[in-house]
Every structure is written in structure tokens, then in C-alpha cells.
Design a protein around this ligand. Structure first.
Ligand SMILES: Nc1ncnc2c1ncn2[C@@H]1O[C@H](COP(=O)(O)OP(=O)(O)OP(=O)(O)O)[C@@H](O)[C@H]1O
Ligand SMILES: [Mg+2]
Length: 254
């Protein structure tokens, strides 16, 4: 199963959810791989992965498709240990930006899909963190994945962006990846006491959008977890926000 966290909107929780869902998946005994496709490398930092040589990051995986190599390394050889049992990661790299145009002009859009198809032999769960844009890398991820999870912050612009996003996803399904499903919309940074988020979520549900029934509350614990570079499951397993992430995980796996 390959799940991609995607929303063109920035700061909605893609990296937070990718890291935490991958950590939960690993803790359940699934051999899990997290891939950071964002030049900001937030999920790589979140998991406290030390700086890696460019060739050993996700940039290296893509770069070998446009440069001469005696031997093409399979995806699992780019994966590093995270220190957590069953959890490996292909680290992100700012160098993705340097090679994006060339990859695009040389039509390498299916290379991630091919690499990950091989990697599913080693990893039964793959989570992909994407940049806040529909660019070469997020498109590669949506082509490679079975499932897209769309985090939203519950503000008004979230809905406008969502319609546009779903149109893009429909096109990707038609043109490249008929197996892609929108597995769920994840309401993040939810404030149960505020009126607007509830109205927004309710209207999405009424319109038939697949909103996951557990919402992730806005909580300082999430920021703390980034700061100490530890997934919530390991930092504060009993906290309400950890419990809701686990509930989302179970909902997806049921
Ligand atoms: N539920 C939450 N409660 C409080 N803070 C949160 C929550 N979810 C995410 N944040 C904070 O919001 C910020 C953005 O989160 P995150 O980096 O996961 O979003 P993103 O969608 O990956 O952003 P980008 O588009 O820049 O990649 C981070 O500082 C994170 O700590
Ligand atoms: Mg991010």
C-alpha cells in the first residue's frame, strides 16, 4: 500500500501526518518506508535523520534516471534506518529543485512509480510526504500511489482549494493512474469550540467528500513533537492528539 499525503496548500499538516502515520504503521509491525519529496525536508528533520550525501537521498534516486550509472540502485538501497523498529526513510534533499526541470523535460514522471513498485517487496506500507505544489514530484507521487490522503486546516480557503485539487486528482486518475483513490480528507488543527471549522467539515460531509471521522485537534504537542524530533506515538502516546492519529490509522487499515 502506497499512501501519499498531498495538498497544494502549505502548512496543513502533510509532513506531520506522513511522519506520524508512518511511525504508527511501523509500531504495528508493518515494514514501513517514509519518503520525503519536499525540498524543505521537514519530515526528514522531524525524524532526526542526519544530513546525508546528495547521492544517498531521494535526489540521488531521481538523478540516476538522467545520468549514466553502471548500476541503478533500487529504492530500498536509498532507505536509511530511523532508529525506530520497522521504520525506514528515504531522506529529502534541497537538490530536488536543481534537477526538476530536467526530469520533467525528459519525461521521468513514471520513475518513482517503477522504483516503488519494486520497493513494495520490502515494505508493505509506504508513506510519501509531498511539497505544497502540484509539481513534478507531487505528480510523480500521485502516479505512484494507491491512495491519497488530503489534510486540510479547517479554514474557509481550504474548501476552495479542495475542489481544485480534486479536479487535478481526477485528471491524474484518467491520464496516469486509475488505481488512485482519495482515501480520505483529514481535518487537522481542528478547534472543536470554534463554529467555522464545524460548519466547513459538515458541508464537506454533506457534499459527499470522504472526511475521516476522527479530527486532529490543534495542539502544542504537535509543535513540541517536531521540536524534539520524535513522532507523537513515541513522545506522548497517551495524549489526545496521539490517540486521534492512531484512530485515523486504524480507520484507514480496517
Ligand atoms: N494538529 C496540529 N496542532 C498544532 N500544530 C500543528 C498541527 N498540525 C501541524 N501543526 C504545525 O503546523 C505547521 C505545519 O505543519 P506541517 O509541516 O505538517 O504542514 P505541511 O502541510 O507539511 O507544510 P508544508 O506545506 O510547508 O510542507 C508545523 O509547525 C506543525 O508543527
Ligand atoms: Mg511539509
Amino acid at each position: 500500500m502506497i499512501r501519499v499525503l498531498f495538498n497544494k496548500k502549505g502548512g496543513v499538516g502533510k509532513s506531520s501526518l506522513a511522519v506520524n502515520l508512518a511511525a504508527i504503521s511501523a509500531s504495528k509491525g508493518h515494514n514501513t518506508l517514509l519518503i520525503d519529496l519536499d525540498t524543505q525536508c521537514n519530515s526528514t528533520h522531524y525524524l532526526n535523520i542526519p544530513d546525508t550525501k546528495r547521492d544517498d537521498t531521494i535526489a540521488g534516486l531521481f538523478e540516476q534516471t538522467i545520468t549514466f550509472h553502471l548500476r541503478r540502485k533500487p529504492a530500498h538501497e536509498f532507505a536509511v534506518d530511523t532508529g525506530y523498529e520497522n521504520l525506514s526513510m528515504i531522506p529529502g534533499s534541497p537538490h530536488l529543485a536543481d534537477i526538476e526541470n530536467e526530469l520533467d523535460s525528459r519525461h521521468k514522471i513514471y520513475k518513482l512509480r517503477d522504483a516503488l513498485q519494486e520497493a513494495t517487496e520490502q515494505y508493505s506500507r509506504i508513506y510519501i510526504d509531498t511539497p505544497p505544489a502540484l509539481n513534478f514530484y507531487s505528480l510523480s507521487a500521485l502516479i505512484a500511489a494507491n491512495s491519497v490522503l488530503i489534510p486540510i486546516d479547517c479554514d474557509d480557503f481550504a474548501i476552495q482549494g479542495l475542489f481544485n485539487l480534486q479536479q487535478h486528482i481526477r485528471e491524474i486518475q484518467e491520464d496516469h493512474n486509475p488505481d488512485l483513490t482519495v482515501e480520505g480528507i483529514i481535518a487537522n488543527q481542528y478547534l472543536s469550540t470554534a463554529k467555522l471549522p464545524n460548519q466547513i467539515i459538515q458541508s464537506l460531509i454533506n457534499e459527499g467528500h470522504p472526511v475521516i471521522p476522527t479530527y486532529v485537534a490543534q495542539s502544542v504537542k504537535m509543535r513540541e513533537s517536531h521540536q524534539v524530533r520524535k513522532p507523537l506515538l513515541h513522545m506522548a502516546p497517551k495524549h489526545k492528539i496521539s490517540q486521534s492519529l492512531m484512530a485515523i490509522y486504524e480507520y484507514l487499515e480496517q
